[in-house]
Design a protein around this ligand. Structure first.
Ligand SMILES: Cc1ncc(C[n+]2csc(CCOP(=O)(O)OP(=O)(O)O)c2C)c(N)n1
Ligand SMILES: [Mg+2]
Length: 806
């Protein structure tokens, strides 16, 4: 049974007989030993070329047994690539699955964590089904999907732990039975000693101390980060020493901090039991600094540690290898005899070898039929074209062919036979088309959840107005929208800097904390990474967070978390996890270098996998929120900084009407030129269009409303078919989002076909705008700039009708 789960058991000294105790310990030793074998074999698989890269948990096995014992159903892990022993000991991974991931096997079910997409030791458990519906997360040991950036797991960890606090304290959430049992779940984090140098580690530690949440951080300390020793990483070379100020005392809440040697099995079991009890029962964050760990095979398959560790260090690592130490302790304390241990070790070697072989054979077997079909198909064409026989022969003789080799042969054969129409060729073409669909699913699918709550499944409801509809400030439209939605759905929570007590810096949440309570509308510290992480963790546990970034300019402080973790989540897990976080922020022109940001191309480049909403006013923003609140995919919504005080008509159904994503709108019809713009720039364009009409120029203005997705119903190209001229106006840098829009309209929508002149972009300058109105005027596109650019385009087309103005 190479795919069987290993699983550790709790040690309860008060109830166990010696024999029970003995069998638990021996089973633990077996798990640790098998895990080590998996590391040794895994490394060999890479070095012999069967896998491309490997990173393993050798030297960190024993503490992970202790952590696994304290980990219960419903709990969560947010860790890093060293945790294979924990994954084996909790049943999160089998050894065969571990190898399937090492080989990047994309066959359904082989690598259940990432569908063959992630490097090895990047684990995840299945939170959602193919249609996006949730599983019962209280019944499984949950593992949030690992990412490779060191420390990147910390932001999400805060949110996973914070969810327990909300489930415990907000009784309105009791009905969410599949997500929590009264908030009793602990969020376990793991991090390497060197990665504690990252800013996100300190931000997360502080945030959890403030929030008092059940977060248990284990630091696997092997005194190195690849080749760089602790003296370059950590003040005093001792992270728990440095963090002592976080220790709680009789007067003030804080952390419980533990320090324990990573090779001391009984001490580890005791510390974990104690620490996790405090964390779970009292909702106090705990930190367990596990020291004196080793890395017997070095950091990864990329190099050997003999290059940078001294002889003394290397021999110390051999002596203090945690598995060796556990073995010695078992003998010394008469838990097992030498023979018993040797038997376990012998069996473990066979077991792991079999699991590895099976995983490798299954990987190859999934490709072999394709290889054979292709060889047959190409061979059958060779009678028309002898050179194809060579391609078929080459592929036949490729041992252990991977899919790339099969498809290279197919595509070459298709190219070479382009002028030979034959039934055999048609068969090959049909095969290629069909397999391309499978490959799309294997390698390219699930950028979004695309389930039954996808934003495009949400019913479109128009805004309703009547004679009584009032003109109000834009911020009041948002306020009314949030109010109605918070009344409708208890899962909604909102948090950010100044969002609670004063209701955000522009009053969108004014009065709502008083109405819905501090647990739902909450102030946070100034900590953009962990505000996003808070959102991710909550959303992964079934809540609906609105995580606010005070100004778009400060999204940069959180971009790593959004890009590495949130935007990639659905893709990197092939849809088995989701986090429908709504990132609310405000941007575009206002004042100065850091409150006028419109770095849209940065977002477009970094956040594929999320939706990007750029509403022109607060009513459109409210409609987008109404869609997103009912959907299950993450999004950024950028409200117009200069729009909160402008008057808008309050819809009668402000909490219910929806603005669909990807639906561009023609704001003003015109015949001479199509102008595409979004957000605050639209008002500039509208004002310019008024003067242009006096000059006899009729402008069609299009608001795409969302940039991800972009104009899914081809409004832009249809307009271009009429006007034949295109200008894109925005506040991003030259060649930024405007270049993206050109790619969409000219290339994807084939707008080039309708142009009768050069398409143009009018963006902001390459620098950020200086402070003051003049800074804005000379840096961002002004009404004058828009008028003159459009006029010039008309002049270029018809100089007689539009004589030069300069
Ligand atoms: C943000 C980021 N920077 C750098 C790296 C490259 N890198 C991968 S692992 C590693 C060292 C991590 O050391 P430590 O946290 O002590 O964990 P260990 O591997 O020793 O268990 C580095 C620098 C990365 N993956 N992510
Ligand atoms: Mg380390």
């Amino acid at each position: 049974m190479p795919n069987e789960k290993l699983m550790t058991n709790a040690i309860d000294a008060s109830e166990l007989s010696f024999n029970d105790f003995k069998s638990i310990v021996i089973n633990d030793y077996k798990i640790a030993f098998e895990s080590r074998q998996a590391s040794v074999l895994g490394r060999r698989e890479v070095l012999t070329g069967k896998a491309k890269f490997g990173i393993f948990g050798d030297g960190k096995e024993v503490p992970q047994l202790a952590m696994a014992k304290a980990f219960k159903n419903g709990d969560w892990r947010s860790g890093y690539y060293r945790d294979q022993t924990f994954a084996f000991a909790t049943g999160i991974s089998t050894i065969k699955e571990f190898f399937a991931q090492l080989y990047a096997n994309p066959t359904d079910g082989a690598d259940p964590f990432s569908g063959g997409r992630q490097m090895n030791c990047h684990f995840a458990t299945k939170s959602v089904n193919e249609d996006g519906s949730w599983n019962d997360l209280t019944k499984i040991k949950n593992c949030s999907s690992d990412i490779s950036p060191t420390g990147g797991q910390m932001a999400r960890l805060v949110g996973l732990a914070y969810a327990s606090k909300l489930f415990k304290q907000n009784k309105e959430l009791n009905y969410l039975k599949h997500f929590s049992v009264n908030g009793n779940e602990v969020a376990f984090g793991t991090i390497g000693n060197a990665s504690t140098s990252e800013g996100v580690f300190f931000e997360a530690i502080n945030a959890a101390g403030v929030l008092q949440i059940p977060m248990a951080v284990s630091i696997w300390d092997d005194a190195y980060g690849i080749s760089v020793p602790a003296k370059y990483q950590t003040t005093k070379e001792d992270i728990s020493e440095v963090l002592k100020g976080f220790q709680r005392n009789a007067d003030q809440p804080g952390y419980e901090i533990y320090k324990v040697k990573g090779w001391d099995y009984p001490a580890l079991c005791e510390v974990y039991e104690k620490a996790i009890n405090v964390c779970r029962e009292e909702h106090v964050p705990v930190l367990i600094h596990v020291t004196e760990l080793t890395q017997p095979q070095g950091h990864s398959t990329s190099g050997s540690h003999e290059r940078y560790k001294s002889k003394d260090r290397l021999s110390w690592e051999t002596e203090y290898d945690c598995i060796q130490k556990m073995r010695a302790w078992m003998l010394e304390s008469a838990v097992a005899t030498e023979d018993e241990i040797a038997e376990v070790e012998k069996n473990a070697k066979v077991f792991v070898r079999n699991a590895q072989k099976e995983a490798w054979n299954e990987f190859l077997d999934s490709i072999k039929p394709e290889q054979k079909q292709v060889v047959d198909l190409i061979s059958s064409m060779a009678k028309h074209q002898p050179e194809l026989a060579k391609i078929a022969a080459n592929l036949t003789s490729t041992a252990d062919a991977q899919r790339r080799e099969v498809f290279t042969a197919v595509r070459k054969a298709i190219r070479l036979s382009a002028s030979f129409n034959s039934p055999e060729r048609n068969e090959l073409l049909a095969w290629y088309m069909q397999q391309s669909r499978f490959n799309h699913d294997r390698y390219n699918s699930k950028l979004h959840t695309n389930g039954k709550e996808s934003p495009d499944m949400i019913a479109v409801v128009d805004a309703v107005y009547d004679e009584q509809s009032k003109m109000v400030d834009g911020r009041e439209v948002l306020n009314a929208c949030f109010n109605e939605n918070f009344a409708r759905d208890p899962r909604l929570v909102a948090f950010g800097e100044d969002l609670g007590n004063i209701g955000d810096v522009n009053q969108g949440f004014a009065g709502l904390q008083a109405k819905y309570g501090e647990l739902r509308i909450t102030d946070t510290g100034i900590r953009e990474m962990t505000i996003m992480g808070q959102g991710i963790g909550l959303a992964m546990r079934g809540l609906k967070p609105i995580a606010e970034i005070q100004y778009l300019d400060y999204l940069i402080f959180a971009l790593n978390v959004l890009s590495d973790d949130l935007a990639s989540l659905s893709y990197r897990t092939k849809g088995i996890q989701k986090a429908p976080v709504i990132v609310r922020t405000r941007g575009h022109r206002l004042e100065g270098i850091w409150h006028s940001g419109s770095p849209i191309s940065m977002i477009l480049g970094a956040l594929r996998g999320m939706h990007l909403c750029v509403p022109r006013n607060m009513t459109q923003a409210a409609g987008m929120y109404n869609t997103l609140f009912r959907a299950d995919e993450p999004a950024v919504v950028i409200e117009c900084l200069n729009g909160y005080r402008l008057k808008e008509k309050l819809p009668g159904n402000v909490g219910d009407f929806t603005v669909p994503l990807g639906k561009a709108e023609v704001l003003e019809e015109g015949t001479d030129i199509t102008v595409i713009s979004y957000g605050s720039s639209l008002r500039i364009v509208q004002e310019a269009a008024e003067e242009l009409s006096l000059l006899g120029i009729s402008v069609e203005i299009i608001d795409p409303q969302t940039l991800l997705p972009f104009d899914t119903t081809q409004v832009c190209v249809n307009s271009l078919a009429k006007t034949n001229k295109l200008l894109v106006v925005d506040e991003d840098v030259p060649g930024g989002a405007s270049a993206y829009i050109l790619q969409k309209v000219l290339e994807e929508q084939k707008g080039y076909f309708h142009l009768d002149g050069q398409p143009k972009t009018l963006s902001a300058k390459a620098h950020r705008p200086p402070f003051g109105s003049d800074g804005d005027y000379f840096s961002k596109p002004s009404v004058d700039d828009v008028i003159e650019t459009i006029y010039q385009m008309m002049h270029d087309a018809n100089p007689t009708k539009y004589p030069s103005i300069f």
